[in-house]
Design a protein around this ligand. Structure first.
Ligand code: ADP
Ligand code: MG
Length: 317
């Protein structure tokens, strides 16, 4: 098998007595779209900064395409693009000027710069905005420009730290379409996000909680883990009127371990011993009679919730 594009082993970062990243180990395969999730302050940006050679690890090792991120920083710079949470675009400069500036910063000149500039314009559809100042772009277009700037030197790996935070749903989807295009061209993407729907789009995901990596892998395999599907239980979707009333009716009943509202329906994790009829009768007691039940498989959110609970109990995921 090919060597993974990103490898980290026991990666740790301490700030004084506080451990921001605690012995994190994982690999990212070539061409993957790796989604890195976790609540605020869990250590995502710190992991990215260590992988990009900006922060030195307190312990552990990491490499990108076989290059050590501490010792081979010159090679590293050529291989990676980094779009930080607050990527610095020059607001007073136009789109054209920002792209040219970043291209030159990366050492591109004349023909090479021209070619890369044209390629990226075609890819990101920024052409109509070339003469607009970066400060006047909408959130989505600003992120596109930031991405184009971070890609000027044709990196193999692109790190994006919360690229979709604060942008509207249409721009968010378009940005993801663009990420899939990059991926289709063979680039490896490392993306942090808070959005579960974005996690579901990734080929691989990792979840970090209180500085520790809780789980990492392919979404479909994680959804099959026994911790997520305890033997003798099943997950069902219950669609009915007045779901919030229904939730109260089901929440503390024996054999119903979790009940959560999802829009017009509830998702339950129930013991096999609790029949559909039993659930219908609980709801009927609360005055809810029109009920639709169907089996469902766990979502990535279910995976993270189940494994975080297990971790909090002191178990090892
Ligand atoms: P995330 O990106 O998941 O929100 P961060 O990696 O930014 O989390 O931060 C993880 C923790 O490390 C936070 O508690 C943060 O306050 C702390 N931290 C990050 N950078 C520094 C720093 N340079 N000095 C001290 N503490 C830091
Ligand atoms: Mg962060």
């Amino acid at each position: 098998m090919a060597q993974p594009m990103i490898q980290c082993e026991g990666l740790t970062k301490r700030f004084g007595s506080f451990t921001a990243v605690d012995h994190v180990s994982f690999n990212v395969e070539r061409g993957a779209i790796f989604g890195f999730l976790g609540p605020n302050g869990s250590g995502k940006s710190t992991v990215i900064r260590m992988l990009c050679g900006i922060l030195e690890p307190s312990d552990g090792t990491a490499s990108i395409d076989g290059r050590n991120v501490v010792e081979e920083t010159d090679e590293l710079k050529e291989m990676i693009g980094y779009m930080s949470q607050k990527f610095s675009l020059y607001d007073e400069l136009t789109v054209h000027e920002n792209l040219t500036f970043y291209g030159k910063l990366y050492g591109l000149r004349r023909e090479a710069l021209r070619k890369r500039y044209d390629d990226l314009l075609a890819l990101t559809h920024l052409e109509p905005y070339l003469e607009r100042r970066a400060g006047l772009l909408s959130g989505g277009w600003r992120q596109r420009l930031a991405m184009a700037c971070a890609l000027m030197h044709e990196p193999k790996v692109l790190f994006l730290d919360e690229p979709t935070a604060g942008i509207d749903p249409v721009a968010r989807r378009e940005l993801w379409d663009l990420l899939f295009e990059f991926s289709g061209r063979g680039m490896t993407l490392f993306v942090t996000t808070h959005y579960m729907d974005e996690a579901e789009r990734c080929s691989h995901v990792g979840y970090i909680y209180l500085s520790k990596l809780i789980v990492c892998g392919v979404p479909d395999s994680l959804k099959l883990l026994p911790e997520v599907n305890p033997p003798g239980t099943r997950r069902i979707d219950v669609t009915c009127e007045h779901v919030t009333v229904g939730l109260q009716a089901l929440r503390h009943k024996a054999g119903i371990s979790t009940a959560t509202v999802f829009g017009q329906s509830m998702h339950l994790l129930v013991d096999d011993a609790v029949s559909d009829e039993r659930i219908r009768s609980y709801l009927a007691e609360a005055g809810i009679h029109s009920v639709d039940l169907r089996p469902i498989s766990p979502s990535l959110e279910d995976v993270f919730v189940a494994l975080t609970a297990k971790h909090a109990e002191g178990g090892h995921a």
